[in-house]
Write a protein that binds this ligand. Structure first.
Ligand SMILES: Cc1cc2nc3c(=O)[nH]c(=O)nc-3n(C[C@H](O)[C@H](O)[C@H](O)COP(=O)(O)OP(=O)(O)OC[C@H]3O[C@@H](n4cnc5c(N)ncnc54)[C@H](O)[C@@H]3O)c2cc1C
Length: 380
């Protein structure tokens, strides 16, 4: 480990690694082939406390610092990138509620989110509002005691099994960032329709859904922050979420490297192990170097977040570098396997597809570059 964590967290990370490689790895290929939901294993994740990683200890959670959290997500992603994003999105919502919910709602939800049946989701994107969430058209209309939501959200991870959704909705039409507010919606009610989005290239065990809102009710107490704070809350949640996606990309990359190394030490051509060829060694060397750089960038962002310092730029750098590196690394992993790597019996074939989304969700690489440049220029 490049940046040390406490002994307790080291033991926890080790336990998650053993569990993930022992239990999730075998299932991950099945979820991919069948396009079935990894939420079938949520019960175990709740039992192990992994759905409360970012819930404070005084609310019954594990209260994991971001540094240790990133390493846990990496271990989950090594075995199942789908499980990693399921836990990551849930944790991101736990954190947003911790930061922005009013006291009573925060206390109620921190306890609830640790209990089975309370998976959380982040419903910000829409079909026509992806990189630009400020263009969201879902609207919240004032009703007795709260708000009613109308519109449609797209790409909602955890969107089928999830019960608690933070939803970005339009509460004004002034044409400024203050037009949007964030609400916590209980999806177990009339007016909420959900439909799976099938045919994904990768992370096929992670649920992705479209959500239709037709008058779903949100009590006034479930407004997060103040009216008009919605975009600020979404972007703040994404800052932390990006550390999780960087960690997911690192887990995929580490799995690719391990497969490259073991295959190159078994496969012979020209009467030599392919590991003896310099071309293969260079792919391994480049991968190891990029992995270490991705880990350091991710740890740096996590340590800054844990210290309370600003980490927006560092989280974007970690996500940009780790996700782009994961795609290069997965490409190499297939290359080292030759034709075998092109067949879905081979683990690296799936990892190659799973890596792809990491440069897209929670802000594309182009958006990360935009954030990084903005932060650099601000300080110049
Ligand atoms: C599997 C999956 C799960 C997801 N889960 C969630 C979720 O749980 N919750 C949620 O809210 N969203 C989720 N998303 C949505 C995701 O965050 C968006 O897909 C992403 O932000 C990109 O938006 P878009 O797909 O609309 O692409 P677009 O925004 O249409 O972008 C298309 C292209 O244009 C580029 N582009 C756009 N704007 C600019 C610009 N200003 N400068 C330069 N280039 C630009 C992009 O980088 C990209 O290359 C998920 C997406 C996927 C694929």
């Amino acid at each position: 480990m490049l940046t040390p964590v406490s002994e307790d967290h080291r033991v926890l990370i080790e336990g998650v690694r053993n569990y993930a490689r022992g239990e999730l790895l075998a299932l991950d290929g099945k979820w991919d082939k069948e396009e079935s939901s990894c939420c079938e294993r949520l019960g175990q994740l709740y039992e192990m406390g992994l759905m409360g990683l970012r819930v404070p200890e005084d609310h019954g959670g594990l209260g994991c610092p971001m540094l240790a959290y990133g390493h846990i997500i990496r271990e989950l992603a090594y075995a199942s990138p789908s499980v990693a994003v399921t836990v990551g999105v849930h944790s991101m919502v736990c954190e947003a509620l911790k930061m922005f919910a009013r006291d009573a709602l925060r206390d109620e939800m921190q306890g609830k989110l640790l209990m089975p049946g309370n998976l959380a989701a982040f419903a910000v994107s829409e079909a026509d509002a992806g990189s630009d969430p400020g263009a969201a058209q879902t609207r919240a209309e004032k009703a007795a005691g709260g708000w009613q939501l109308f519109g449609s959200k797209f790409w909602v991870s955890n969107g089928l099994t999830g019960r608690w959704f933070i939803v970005l909705a339009r509460t004004g039409n002034a044409g400024t960032s203050k037009d949007l507010s964030m609400f916590l919606l209980d999806a177990q009610q009339p007016g909420v329709g959900r439909r799976p989005i099938h045919g994904k290239m990768g992370i096929r065990g992670s649920e992705t859904a479209e959500m239709n809102l037709d008058g779903a009710f949100v009590p006034e107490a479930n407004l997060l922050g103040k009216l008009g704070d919605g975009l600020k809350i979404a972007l703040s949640a994404l800052d932390g979420g990006r550390i999780g996606i960087a960690a997911q990309a690192i887990g995929i990359s580490q799995a690719c490297l391990d497969h490259m190394v073991s295959y190159s030490k078994e496969r012979k051509q020209f009467n030599r192990l392919i590991a003896e060829f310099q071309a293969i060694q260079w792919m391994i060397a480049d991968t190891q170097t990029e992995l270490a750089a991705a880990q350091l960038l991710t740890d740096q962002a996590a340590v800054l977040k844990d210290s309370g310092a600003s980490f927006t730029c560092e989280a974007s750098m970690a996500k940009l570098f780790a996700s782009e590196a994961a795609n290069r690394i997965a490409y190499r992993a297939v290359q080292v396997h030759g034709g075998s790597g092109f067949v879905n019996e081979c683990r690296v074939e799936q990892l190659y597809r799973d890596a792809r989304v990491t440069t897209i969700y929670e802000g594309t690489s182009e958006i990360q570059r935009h954030v990084i440049a903005r932060e650099v220029l601000k300080g110049a």
